[in-house]
Write a protein that binds this ligand. Structure first.
Ligand code: 5GP
Ligand code: ZN
Length: 132
């Protein structure tokens, strides 16, 4: 059983922020910033690529509501919503989860800023590839 399934089953303790029959939110053990929260479905889906439509709607709406609550409670000036899927993308726990990370200053962390430079032709080709 994965570590998040153990948290759902109360085999591992957690600091819960929200719980209903389908979703759980709890404080990340590694508080990247104060208030860093994880939102997970109680059913074990590995990644967003496995998730069903109804669960994803419910989770994202809860992410929105909890973000509001956390920002109000902490006085954060902003929030990052992060979701890593598969090891290549930095996923360490293979139970789908969304990170809510309140932001207090710009120095906390930043994304890799080394974007690909595409020509107009390459943009068109790429958009067509995804659309078809
Ligand atoms: P990932 O890198 O998979 O997107 O993030 C996994 C997150 O789960 C990490 O931020 C890590 O700190 C958190 N985490 C791992 N094990 C536990 C645990 O036992 N309890 C809690 N609360 N968080 C955990
Ligand atoms: Zn699990």
């Amino acid at each position: 059983m994965c570590v998040f399934c153990k948290i759902i089953n109360n085999e591992i303790g957690s600091y819960k922020i929200y719980e209903d029959e389908k979703i759980l939110a709890f404080l990340d053990i590694s508080q990247l910033t104060i208030g860093h929260t994880l939102v997970i479905p109680k059913k074990h889906y590995e990644t967003i690529l496995d998730l069903d439509s109804e669960t994803s709607k419910e989770i994202f709406d809860l992410v929105r509501k909890l973000s509001l609550k956390i920002v109000k409670a902490t006085g954060a000036k902003g929030v990052n919503i992060i979701n890593n899927n598969n090891e290549i993308a930095g996923q360490a726990v293979n139970h789908f989860h969304i990170h809510i990370i309140p932001r207090y200053n710009t120095q906390e962390f930043s994304f890799n800023t080394n974007p690909n430079k595409l020509t107009e032709e390459e943009f068109i080709e790429l958009a067509n590839k995804i659309n078809n």
